[in-house]
Ligand binder design. Structure first.
Ligand code: PMP
Length: 401
């Protein structure tokens, strides 16, 4: 059955891409933007930009007001108890680096940090490097063949020395949801801090950070149909209180002399320098837009389209899926075909999918794969996009095999 997206025309780039004969199926890397965001950026930059939390003048007051209203919107989106528990970073990567540096003084040599074997480099390297700086042990939780953290092994490996657990919500390689409630409970039982990389998870469905019960939750604006340059860190009250200031300068300072300084608490104390004001306002407008959509209809559409994607891939001879994808995306290889060759032929036919290690090199090595092709969906995709993908795939495979 043809699965149409009623939201397709809200994203002008889809029509523009179609005019260039491009079908965009690389949404896990970044998304196209709704008109509401484009309008909000245009409005801000054409009505008077000003820095926030600094100036007394009217443009400064208006920008600050609008900026803080967006913090409230993000808090509402995640059901955070207070906007003061929302920190703006420059993306998920910068958010995870802020956490790794900001939490560093809490750890001592011999402590363990646990991550999973399927983490994106952004949720691996900051912890790996922290472990090296501080003499900590990085424990890598194994995954099952389906592409989820193996809970039996996690139960063995998360113990009294575990001081922090950092895991992703939705795998950017497998499209699998991680068993967060069970994993977070294991870490909490040991008094360990918990960090959830919501970069992919936040895009699909609504998530309640209080119900999730994590200490920190991070995501990037640009994957959630928002602008680049802004990321979000939610912190649970007590956990935020344990975070040390990391980057210094600008309005994060409370009092400064030449030889000492003290700093604001969260959120301002963790937003050194001029924040990405336009991007924050754009993210706010995007959340307004997304909040106006019927969440059930979006979820039903995404899940029907994902089922069509999986069916189409499974129907094709030689296609081997990585893990057992549950939503949003699927990665695969074709027996006897190098993914880079296949991706090249798909690109030539105007189908934009991602090929490579998906910023998860250790995982690809673990899987013994040179890379994989990833097809990732967004709410504006429809069955015509999948038809073009499968036609291009059949054409490419006819040439390659
Ligand atoms: N975590 C996951 C699971 C991701 O998929 C990504 C982006 N591919 C990131 C973190 C990093 O996001 P960003 O590049 O926006 O900082």
């Amino acid at each position: 059955m043809f699965q149409a997206s009623p939201w397709r025309t809200d994203f002008p780039a889809i029509a523009a891409l179609a005019r260039q004969q491009q079908t965009y199926l690389d949404n896990a890397a970044t998304t196209q933007k709704p008109q509401a965001l484009i309008d909000a950026l245009g409005h801000y930059y054409s009505h008077g930009a000003a820095n926030v939390h600094r100036a007394q003048h009217l443009p400064g007051a208006l920008a600050t007001q609008a900026f803080e209203a967006c913090r409230e919107k993000v808090a509402g989106w995640l059901n955070a108890p207070s906007p003061n528990q929302i920190l703006f970073s420059h993306g998920a990567t910068s958010a995870l680096n802020l956490l790794a540096y900001g939490l560093e003084p809490l750890f001592q040599a011999g402590d363990q940090l646990a991550i999973s074997a399927l983490e994106h480099h952004a949720n691996l390297l900051p912890w790996q490097q922290l472990a090296k700086r501080r003499g900590l042990e990085l424990v890598v939780l194994p995954i099952t063949a389906a592409g989820v953290v193996d809970l039996d092994q996690a139960r063995e490996l998360i113990g009294p020395r575990t001081r922090l657990l950092a895991v992703s919500q939705l795998s950017n390689v497998f499209g699998t949801e991680q068993p967060l409630p069970a994993l977070l409970a294991l870490a909490r039982a040991q008094g360990a801090l918990t960090v959830v990389d919501g970069a992919q998870g936040v895009v699909h469905g609504r998530h309640d950070v209080q119900a999730l019960g994590c200490d920190f939750y991070v995501f990037s604006g640009h994957k959630l149909y928002g602008p680049e340059g802004v990321g979000v860190i939610y912190g649970r009250g007590e956990a935020l209180g344990q975070l040390s200031h990391w980057q210094f300068g600008g309005e994060m300072v409370h009092q400064a002399s030449y030889h000492s300084a003290n700093f604001h608490p969260a959120p301002l104390g963790f937003e050194a320098g001029t924040p990405p004001i336009g991007a924050v306002l754009g993210l706010g407008a995007t959340l307004d837009y997304l909040g106006g959509l019927a969440a059930d209809a979006v979820a039903a559409h995404e899940s029907a389209l994902h089922a069509q994607l999986l069916r189409g891939l499974r129907d094709r001879e030689g296609v081997v899926l990585l893990g057992e994808p549950q939503r949003a995306l699927a990665s695969f290889n074709v027996q006897g075909v190098h993914p880079a060759d296949l991706a090249h032929l798909l690109s030539e036919q105007g189908v934009a999918v991602r090929a490579g290690h998906h910023c998860a090199m250790p995982l690809m090595n673990h899987l013994g794969q040179p890379g994989a092709i990833r097809v990732s969906l967004a709410l504006y995709n429809d069955s015509s996009d999948l038809q073009r993908l499968f036609e291009a795939l059949d054409g490419a495979l006819a040439l390659l095999r």
